[in-house]
Design a protein around this ligand. Structure first.
Ligand code: NAD
Length: 257
């Protein structure tokens, strides 16, 4: 599955699933653009490390995915976009009648609106290049709900709907648009939920992982960022040229329940 000569932009990719996907795309030969809203030496070092390890071009571009103009600027600044992975995402847990408005707005902006802005700018570039792959990172929460995560569930259902729509709009072009729906993956986003959950249920870390998080995942194992990366590489391959407008669950059976 060679992606030599392709340029991949992965939003929100200085940690977790985004970094894992960027790594696997680079392993497959793609030049990669990493992104986040920070601009630390470590962010650029991540890109240099990928370039060195896989012999591809890799760079880091700072852009805040909560701001439409910066989403659009990211794609324009990259200058090419054969593969777009809309991955940036945040989470907040709260009953809906106590949900802070600014958290609702930020979750919808970063997890959903950003994909609209990046896709709108990337599509003409893909058309000009005669090839394109859009991979949206949704969630098991894009297919099923969960209490106290209204904004996240709404944004992830929204991105699944947008994925299908973009797929229909590009169906007769050499461009595909699909969503990956991960279950639990032990990334900084999930790590950040553990202390509150420990306090809420009076449980230790291992108990929270087993009884609260992996309880919903029939495999009883976390998916890994490498597995998510491998799924993204597959969706970018020629073997997946007729796969468009679909969701691929990487959730240990969660949504089969
Ligand atoms: P993470 O916290 O490790 O990564 C999130 C990334 O988004 C980071 O690189 C962060 O810098 C970036 N980001 C956050 N706000 C941003 C902003 N305003 N602008 C640009 N970048 C920003 O979390 P993760 O678990 O790797 O999550 C990645 C994606 O996977 C998210 O969309 C998340 O909803 C989804 N997801 C994660 C899980 C899981 O269990 N970890 C499950 C399902 C879906």
């Amino acid at each position: 599955m060679s992606l030599n000569g392709k340029t991949a932009i992965v939003t929100g990719s200085n940690s977790g699933i985004g970094l894992g996907i960027a790594r696997e795309l680079a392993r497959a030969g793609a030049d990669v653009v990493l992104n986040s809203f920070t601009d630390r030496d470590e962010d650029h070092a991540l890109a240099h490390a990928l370039a060195e390890e896989f012999g591809v071009k890799a760079r880091y571009i700072k852009a805040d995915m909560s701001k439409g103009e910066e989403c659009r600027g990211l794609i324009e600044q990259a200058g090419a976009c054969d593969i777009l992975v809309n991955n940036a995402g945040i989470q907040h847990v709260s009953p809906i009648d106590e949900f802070p408005v600014e958290k609702w707005d930020a979750i919808i902006a970063i997890n959903l609106n950003s994909a609209f802005h990046t896709t709108a700018v990337a599509l003409p570039m893909m058309r000009a290049a005669g090839w394109g792959r859009i991979v949206n990172i949704a969630s098991a929460h894009g297919l099923t709900a969960s209490p106290f995560k209204a904004a996240y569930v709404a944004a992830k259902h929204g991105i699944v709907g947008m994925t299908k729509t973009v797929a229909l709009e590009t169906a007769q072009e050499p461009i595909t648009c699909n969503a990956i729906c991960p279950g639990y993956v032990l990334t900084p986003l999930v790590e950040a939920q553990i202390p509150d959950t420990m306090e809420k249920y009076g449980m230790g870390r291992e108990e929270v992982i087993k009884k609260v998080m992996l309880e919903r995942q029939p495999s009883k194992e976390f998916a890994t960022v490498e597995q998510l990366g491998g799924t993204a590489v597959f969706l970018c391959s020629d073997a997946a040229a007729q796969i468009t407008g679909t969701t691929i669950s990487v959730d240990g059976g969660w949504t089969a329940l």
